[in-house]
Design a protein around this ligand. Structure first.
Ligand code: KIV
Ligand code: ZN
Length: 528
């Protein structure tokens, strides 16, 4: 018998990829990437998108505002803020454009956080909660409140702080397992304890926010739902601080596949999960491991003879869901060099990229024709790599204009690299130990940016075959900031140059954010 979908058993999905996910080292995204990701999350059926932490920097503020402006009526846009009137006002300034906006405010409540991080007495924390939640509630009727490190908070004090937030007007109460400490039934018991002891809590939505330090974030989130929570905070691919957050795709599919044990439903369209995951991998340059549930390359691969035999007889022998139900494509219709603009546009629409801007479309089409001249079959994976690589970047300080490899003699390569900085093109000739070294040196010289350290250089083949496109990831760090860039091309050296420049552009953008943040810190801000 199929489950009745009612308001009582609906679980809202609160995605924090763009806030908790984006704030972990190397995962920073530029403005355009965040907008693309937000549009994808909306298409996926996410109920609430936490778009950022508006007071953290001018860049964060602008991204939250732009995401609020592009949001439809179907989604709520949330912004994070500490328990301060300044933070809350700044968040509201960005969020007010959304058809539905939520202020999410938090403060630490565990003994260790209050003593060492906040240096505040419990009474002062209670007062700050009352003041901040009341202020947020005076701006909007949708206020979420979180006790940071809630799961290591003294239970009696947790009851007091939640009571204070509910009385002050919070409509969603989040229970963060900030350090991913709880196991098995503990998290569910904590939620039951709050429901039994906080008057009025049953009128609020209770939310889970589980980190994955012990690898049980998804299990704890599901336990929380069984205990009464009706919102799960999670991220695509489980990205987030340290070991990450509960993974959206795992939570969504667990609820979909195991409706018999977990009689709850979400609005997530499972068939878009792989695309959302791959978009994030492409933007951040962090691939998921092959055995990652749902979205890993091997999640539906059957290698051993016994398994293959079983699968041929009946797929249910070894599959609890179909690959198509989570968005893996069965047919991979191939385009060739005779395919025109209309066929290419049609293919982009099928792949869910129908709304890329005209400039990105033209750029991707030119690159597709070029690729088709060099590669026999252009597959869906090739096209996705091209489009992701061509997506516009308004903040880009540099673009690759040209690259020429002159010679490689006894391993020493000589190259010409041309980079445009705004409208001026700089061309330099450099030598290095191999072509990649020479190209990276050339980019540093042409841009005058040489303070960055190369932490990772990685090449993946987008498809099989010796004519496969290369997808290169470059990770750079400078002054404690770490960013990843990606580039795709049938020529590995071009892909490498594109990836380096993509990362350099992100580093420049993050430097602007740090400067803007220092300016805002001087005028009363401070990051979480
Ligand atoms: O992990 C955490 O405690 C958080 C809060 C800000 C909700 O991310
Ligand atoms: Zn968190």
């Amino acid at each position: 018998m199929s489950m009745q979908k009612t308001d009582d058993n609906r679980v809202k999905i609160f995605d924090t990829t763009l806030r908790d996910g984006e704030q972990s080292p190397g995962f920073s995204m530029n403005h355009d990437e965040k907008l693309r990701m937000a549009a994808m999350l909306e298409e996926l059926g996410v109920d609430i998108i936490e778009a950022g932490f508006p007071i953290a920097s001018q860049g964060d503020f602008e991204s939250v505002r732009a995401i609020a402006k592009q949001a439809s009526d179907d989604v709520v846009i949330a912004g994070l803020c500490r328990a301060s009137v300044n933070d809350i006002n700044r968040a509201w300034e960005a969020l007010q454009y959304a058809p539905h906006a939520r202020i999410h405010t938090f403060i630490s409540t565990s003994p260790v956080h209050m003593k060492y991080k906040l240096r505040m007495e419990p009474e002062a924390v209670l007062e700050a909660i009352h003041k901040s939640v009341s202020h947020a509630a005076s701006l909007t009727s949708d206020v979420e409140w979180s006790p940071e490190d809630g799961t290591r908070t003294d239970p009696d004090f947790l009851v007091d702080v939640v009571k204070t937030a509910v009385e002050a007007g919070a409509t969603t109460i989040n229970v963060p397992d900030t350090v991913g400490y709880l196991v098995a039934d503990e998290y569910a018991e904590l939620i039951k304890m709050l429901l039994n002891n906080v008057p009025g809590l049953e009128k609020c939505t209770i939310s889970t926010h589980c980190h994955n330090d012990l690898g049980v974030a998804v299990a704890n989130s599901l336990g929380g739902v069984a205990a009464g929570a009706r919102q799960i905070e999670c991220t695509i691919n489980g990205i987030g601080e340290r070991a990450g957050n509960a993974s959206l795709e795992e939570v969504a599919m667990a609820l979909q596949v195991r409706g018999d044990r977990l009689p709850y439903w979400t609005r997530i369209d499972g068939t878009k999960l792989v695309r959302a995951s791959q978009m994030l991998q492409s933007i951040t340059g962090f691939s998921v491991q092959p055995n990652k549930a749902i979205v890993g390359a091997n999640a539906f691969a059957h290698e051993s003879g016994i398994h293959q035999d079983g699968m041929l007889k009946n797929a249910q022998t070894y599959e609890i869901m179909t690959p198509e139900s989570v968005g893996w494509q069965k047919t991979n219709l191939v385009l060739g060099k005779h395919s025109g603009r209309a066929a290419f546009r049609n293919k982009l629409e099928q792949l869910g990229y129908g709304d890329i801007g005209e400039n990105a479309f033209q750029d991707a089409f030119v690159r597709f024709k070029d690729l088709a001249d060099h590669k026999k079959d252009v597959t869906d994976e090739d096209i996705i790599a091209l489009v992701d690589d061509s997506a516009g970047d308004q903040e880009a300080a540099y673009t690759l204009e040209d690259l020429k490899i002159h010679s490689i003699v006894h391993g020493v390569a000589r190259v010409d690299v041309s980079v445009a900085a705004r409208s001026e093109v700089h061309t330099v000739t450099t030598e290095g130990n191999g072509a990649v070294d020479a190209i990276f040196k050339g980019i540093k010289q042409a841009t005058g940016q040489d303070g960055q350290k190369l932490d990772l250089y990685q090449v993946h083949a987008v498809t099989g075959g010796t004519d496969a496109q290369a997808k290169v990831t470059v990770r750079l760090s400078q002054d404690g900031r770490s960013v990843s860039g990606t580039g795709a091309d049938y020529d590995t050296l071009f892909a490498s140059a594109r990836a380096y420049i993509h990362a350099l552009n992100k580093l420049q953008a993050s430097e602007r954010r740090v400067h803007a943040h220092h300016d805002s810190a001087e005028s009363g801000g401070e990051a979480a």
